[in-house]
Ligand binder design. Sequence first.
Ligand code: PMV
Length: 361
Amino acid sequence: MTDYPEFMLSTTRPLPDEGVISCASPSNIALVKYWGKRPIQLPQNTSISFTLDTCKTVTNLTFVKRDTAADNFDFELIFEGQPKPDFKPKIQDFFERIAPYLPFLQQYTFTIETHNTFPHSSGIASSASGMSALAFCLMHLEKKINPAISDPELIKKASFLARLGSGSACRSLEGPVTVWGKHEAIPGSNDAFAIKFPENLHQNFEHYQDTILLIDKGEKQVSSTVGHDLMHDHPFASKRFEQASKNTKKLKNILRSGDVDAFIEVVESEALTLHAMMMTSLPYFILMKPNTLSVLQKIWEYRKNTDSKICFTLDAGANVHLLYPEVEKVQVSEFINNELVAYCQNGQYICDKIGFGVKLL
Ligand code: PMV
């Protein structure tokens, strides 16, 4: 029996012969981090993220009905205008996982053309934006077969499918804040898909900025898949999952009440805990670079000397996300250019802000 029968497609309507579906889906940055999973791609703890706006994957999905049905998947992947065979195994695995929910997959030849709006190998993971974009395009193909599906149902199933491609991808479909993983304090939260933060977001967090300092653009030494797996025998795993649960509840109240000082404390603590888990796993590893630490020190110094509410978060890499209110844009830009840009590889950084999720093009 397949899990989650509510996401199975049962229709006998005819399949469209061919067409193209295009969308742009953003990346997201976790505030409470997901680190540790159980099969298949279910989180060990709830996570909460800001959806981004500028860092996106744009995907065109061309589909042509095959003459005869087959039991393999037939697809081509074009990344930035070039065939990309290295990415095919990941898509093949994704298709295998989602096929029970999209039984029409084997009946088409697909061409997936995709590009990112952020620089290639910037150290920014494109799996969240890429997998959510592909899942959303496939859901629009499902909508052609089952036009009765409502927009909320379509988004929910797209999130469910995206999760099976890359866990954090399920948080990219909506915005500005999403929650993934069941939590008693968050009504409607679920391990199988992300939901939009169900409370009013305080105006202090509206238009929040995220400037991503590109500290090290090299390939990650340890993939997130390996990192998640290392939480299985991790000495601090259960305490970590408890802490994430407490931080989820705290952050829920903070996002509602607008307490920016409390926000800083939870978000920075979560970022450092994520890296502490990496440093205390076996094998242990460090993804931060010396420049990452220099930037963190500079942020703390700047906050001490000004009334700024800037804070940082980190993903599974060396880059630093600077989070701050829109009113501080001018001062923070000076701070970056005067004090932080020297720590960025080739002086590069990306200015982003919170956004609203996937868009059909
Ligand atoms: O979605 P994955 O499997 O690449 O894991 C992402 C994990 C972090 O980015 C480190 C944290 C998160 O919640 O996004």
